[in-house]
Design a protein around this ligand. Structure first.
Ligand code: ZN
Length: 309
């Protein structure tokens, strides 16, 4: 009987749930919306009811990726700017007890990075840095075959790197963070701010702004140009510090790739320390929506085999 692991990707907006088999094929994802829940206990009840309908005998482990910092090995969310009600919750322990399976918990960007590294755009590379563009901007760093966590689980928070001194306000309270320029939220906000008739544009989401840009709307094109420029500056800073040459852009906003890649490359090259010029490769993520689910399910399995700590 083939064994399976459950992957749960608890992002800032959507919750994605999928089953991953031994060859890491992932079935169709089940989607829930974060805004329908107001506490971890509420969501936990829903997760238990979903998991009990699965073929429980085949399940070996569960992985849950959350949008926020995670204290390992306790599995407590230390800081989540997007889902306040999971701050301080003992997610790993309560989920493991409820479903009677070993559980691995990690940051959602780390899970996406792990998924893209194992099966997607980063396959076969020993060092990659992945930037996830969604509601916010997350990041994951694999250095010489190991996920870099730092000491408090907040390693790789690239979204809060300053790319513009005294720049746009960020949800974290600082100014000029990458997230304030290159997230889906930033796309909507910047477009609205440059609007002549804010009332109508107020309702536009990043997908609609993307469609306008593709249709030739100059303001919309400008938003994606700004996104690319700041992403290029951030990647150049990472290259200059870490001397790693492979980068992956994942997350929903990466669908607008053709609109931001040229300004990204131009800003990247302009800000690189000379020895790195012409050597940095930026790839688009290959796993789409499934990256976090596959990544965290694979982490759960590797964790059981004690491959990662
Ligand atoms: Zn910030």
């Amino acid at each position: 009987m083939e064994e399976q692991c459950i992957g749960i990707d608890l992002g800032g907006t959507n919750i994605r749930i999928g089953l991953v088999n031994e060859t890491d094929e992932v079935g169709d994802l089940l989607y829930l919306s974060v805004k329908e829940y107001s506490s971890w206990d509420e969501l936990l009840i829903k997760l238990i009811s979903i998991i009990r309908k699965m073929e429980v005998d085949r399940l070996k482990a569960a992985g849950i990726a959350v949008a926020g910092g995670v204290s390992l090995p306790q599995g407590v969310v230390s800081y989540s700017p997007h889902i306040r009600w999971i701050d301080g919750q003992p997610i790993k322990e309560s989920l493991a007890r409820a479903i009677n399976l070993p559980v691995w918990i990690d940051n959602d960007a780390n899970a996406i990075t792990y998924g893209e590294w194992m099966y997607g755009a980063g396959k076969g590379l020993s060092s990659i840095i992945c930037l996830t563009l969604g509601s916010g901007v997350g990041g994951g760093i694999i250095l010489k075959g190991k996920l870099y966590r730092a000491e408090d689980g907040l390693g790789g928070e690239i979204g809060h790197m300053c790319v513009q001194p005294n720049g746009r306000p960020c949800r974290c309270g600082k100014r000029g963070c990458l997230e304030a320029y290159s997230s889906g939220t930033a796309v909507s906000t910047i477009y609205r701010e440059t609007s002549q008739n804010g009332q109508i544009d107020n309702r536009l989401n990043p997908v609609q702004i993307y469609e306008r840009a593709v249709g030739g709307d100059k303001r919309a094109l400008g938003v994606f140009n700004t996104l690319g420029v700041h992403l290029g500056i951030a990647i150049a800073n990472l290259v200059n510090v870490l001397s790693t040459h492979h980068y992956i852009i994942a997350g929903g906003v990466s669908h607008a790739w053709e609109l931001f890649f040229d300004p990204l490359e131009e800003a990247l090259e302009a800000n690189l320390f000379n020895p790195h010029k012409g050597r940095v490769k930026v790839f688009r993520g290959q796993l789409g929506d499934k990256a976090g689910v596959v990544g965290v399910a694979r982490m759960a399995r590797d964790y059981l085999k004690s491959k990662i700590q």
